[in-house]
Design a protein around this ligand. Sequence first.
Ligand SMILES: O=C(O)c1ccccc1NCC(=O)[C@H](O)[C@H](O)COP(=O)(O)O
Length: 272
Amino acid sequence: MNSESDVAPAVQSILEAARERGRGEGDDGTRSSGGQPSASDGRISVEARSLPDAIERAERDGRVPVIAEVKPTSPTSDGTRAEDPVELAEAMVEGGASAISVLTEPTHFEGSPESLRRVREAVDVPVLRKDFVLREEQMDVVEADLVLLIARFVDDLSALVKAARDRGFQPLVEVHDAAELEAALEADASIVGVNNRDLTKLEVDLGTFEEVAPAVPEDVTLIAESGVSDPADVRRMREAGADALLIGSAIMDHANAGEVDIAENTRRLTRT
Ligand SMILES: O=C(O)c1ccccc1NCC(=O)[C@H](O)[C@H](O)COP(=O)(O)O
């Protein structure tokens, strides 16, 4: 869809940085594939852990399926958490997270492909690479179980969905409105995230998910992304049809300068 003209300045800056990334490199110029061997042409080849299976396991155990996000900081966070990403991810799993999302964008989120590689080695749940992937070769940086594709920002969504699957990734296609959902479904997305954060103003409105969700087919795994801050929000998104929730800030608690209990922050959202 590639409509970037009216996004917030911070998002424009994120996209500029993403566009400058070289073939198969993170912003720091490093590759970090790790784990399964990659193909000889430098393309990642991964045996993904299934997100739908992880969601089913959580449901069976009576946990709310939550993808907990290792998000050191962001343009809208009040602070930065500098703890080891592996410790954060392990605490999230202890708190009942079904999957982990790891920011790999370094400039605006202080993430890295290496953090993701280490987290995926340490936990046994699916791990999402949370980044601004615009071109196929940007997938060949690090192995992950899922890769995020933002419908609004990619030129040929169908081609990127296919490129992700060719490498073994499960593509999670992020949308924000009905038109983007239509594009995601046309591109054959089977995991769709509705982002409650409006990238034009960076404001969060849980009503976005409630508006878009009814048009999502039953056989699509549907994720509510962003702005879920407490158990009441969890219940609201689940009632609106979310199969799982992607939650970062409420678990990371950036504004709290002291020690934060990441496992407990996760547990209060997975045991709602
Ligand atoms: O989180 C931000 O400030 C942000 C700013 C600009 C573009 C993207 C941004 N966030 C990426 C995300 O999608 C969220 O990290 C994720 O959905 C979790 O959201 P939250 O639970 O609200 O931290």
